[in-house]
Write a protein that binds this ligand. Structure first.
Ligand code: UDX
Length: 470
């Protein structure tokens, strides 16, 4: 049945406003969902905090109109919250700032839309900002939330938040646990925010708090697809009490090739993508390039950047490596002119174009869920190098369940650095990088991993094609 607020707005076009948590891993899936909804003929506004509006404007050419005039490119309008700037740019300060500044700013944004003749008939909120669901629901606006991680990760969080599971101690590497619909797991496969050693306390709190308002939303959408996570999804309704909400698969949220985004392409980049790297790829042999990126938030230590550099160079293969601006000073001196001369380093890539390129052979990835789905959709095998959070679970699925990659482990190889650190914490070594890349591209299982990746790619594309499961 059509919720009242949608059907009663028959005079004005239905207007969906998506309000997004200000980080790249959230902006990308939410903007892609916005474009899909707009392609169905609805009026769509993409919203986030004002500081993100400025970044999107600079990197992706997005413009915002606080006065409510139709702006942006393609069919999606942009309108950002007037929340003032957070005192500090770090994530924790931003979270604290939003908890107080967010609700009144969002309420007044909704009022502004109504006053300018575009009353909001539906909201898609981000569970990372539980107050957005509260504000919209209190205003009588039907609200969906978009879960931007996997069903498996949702299930693990859900079990934890409601005291339905206990994970083994982290130092007991051999211990395994089972939960309905999930493969047998160890503590290393659990989103690390749920483990005692997690250093990101505020972030973990925010993630756990999401579950408070999930129940208030009318729908919970998930960036996944039925075929990919059939077992986890099938088992979820039986979990509890309390019973989890139904998860509605809408993924993989990837850029569509069918022009459905309408008009000019608009991307949600917060750093400007260096498109020249696509021309560089054009000049490389088919299936020869190692693409490496750790996404938008992971920071490798200076020592790890150096090992990664030497490791990539020692494969003898061309490589395209995303090294964000703050990390570039840690590249070895003269790297690209010397041992790294077969490679290209960019501050930010147009990742989906890179993954779709015929020159790309494998993806050395931190296994953020967007990168995971994008490489699944492109059918590119991985070298999995998860760091924290859901990346640990995603790596487990990519390598062991989907069979489309190998792991890069700290403590592999035999460099002096590894020996020196052996007593303390396991370190990344250049030998481990080289060996993992070789395994993924040319090892005895490389062909099988490529075939698995191709199979998952087909399933992903079918899920979002007309008549598909998403
Ligand atoms: C964060 C978390 O780390 C991740 O674990 C969680 O699932 C989502 O939020 P992030 O680390 O940035 O995200 O990784 P990911 O989820 O992979 O998202 C990165 C996005 O940026 C992807 O859509 C990717 O295509 C894009 N990207 C990355 C680029 O367009 N260019 C780049 O150079 C690197």
């Amino acid at each position: 049945a059509m919720p009242a607020a949608v059907s009663s707005a028959a005079s004005a076009p239905a207007h969906v406003l998506l309000i997004c948590f200000p980080s790249q891993g959230h902006v990308n899936p939410m903007l892609r969902l916005a474009k899909r909804i707009a392609s169905k003929g609805l009026l769509v506004t993409f919203s986030s905090v004002s500081s993100i509006g400025a970044k999107l404007a600079a990197a992706a050419g997005v413009t915002a109109g606080g006065d409510g005039s139709p702006v942006g490119r393609g069919r999606v309008r942009f309108d950002f919250l007037d929340d003032g700037e957070p005192p500090n740019p770090d994530l924790d300060s931003l979270m604290l700032h939003l908890a107080t500044a967010g609700p009144p700013a969002f309420a007044s944004q909704l009022a502004r839309q109504a006053a300018s003749g575009r009353p909001v008939s539906g909201v898609v909120a981000n569970p990372f900002m539980p107050w957005a669901t509260d504000v919209a629901t209190d205003a009588g606006i039907p609200t969906a939330v978009l879960w931007v991680q996997s069903v498996a990760v949702f299930s693990l969080y859900y079990h934890h938040v409601h005291g339905l599971a206990e994970f083994p101690p982290e130092d007991d590497k051999a211990a395994r646990f089972t939960l309905p619909g999930l493969p047998e797991m160890s503590a290393a496969d659990v989103p690390s925010f749920l483990l005692p050693s997690n250093p990101f306390k505020l972030l973990a709190d925010a993630i756990i708090t999401q579950f408070r308002t999930l129940g208030r939303a009318s729908w919970v959408l998930v960036n996944s697809f039925a075929e990919l996570e059939a077992d986890a999804a099938a088992a979820l309704p039986g979990v509890g009490p309390p019973s989890p909400p139904e998860l509605i698969p809408v993924g993989p949220l990837i850029e569509m090739e069918d022009g459905e985004s309408g008009g000019e392409e608009v991307r949600g980049d917060m750093l400007k993508a260096e498109e020249e790297c696509v021309e560089w790829l054009d000049a490389q042999p088919e299936r020869s390039v190692v693409y490496a990126s750790v996404g938008s938030v992971v920071v490798l230590s200076p020592a790890e950047v150096a090992e990664m550099a030497h490791g990539l160079a020692s494969t003898g293969r061309p490589f395209l490596w995303v090294v964000r601006p703050e990390t570039q000073p840690h590249l070895p001196d003269g790297f690209l002119e010397g041992e790294g001369k077969k490679g290209m380093v960019v501050a930010w890539s147009p990742q989906e174009k890179v993954l779709a390129h015929k020159a790309t052979a494998c993806f050395l990835t931190h296994c953020g869920w967007n990168s995971t789905l994008e490489t699944v959709a492109a059918g590119v095998p991985v070298v999995a190098f998860p760091q924290w959070g859901d990346q640990c679970t995603d790596a487990r699925f990519l390598v062991e369940e989907l069979g489309m990659g190998v792991r890069l482990l700290r403590g592999g190889g035999s460099s002096a650095a590894a020996e020196a650190e052996a007593e303390t914490e396991a370190q990344l070594t250049r030998e481990a990088v080289r060996d993992a890349v070789e395994d993924a591209v040319a090892g005895p299982r490389a062909e099988e991993m490529r075939a698995n990746a191709a199979r998952w790619s087909k399933a992903a594309r079918e899920a979002v094609a007309p008549g598909g499961s998403s």
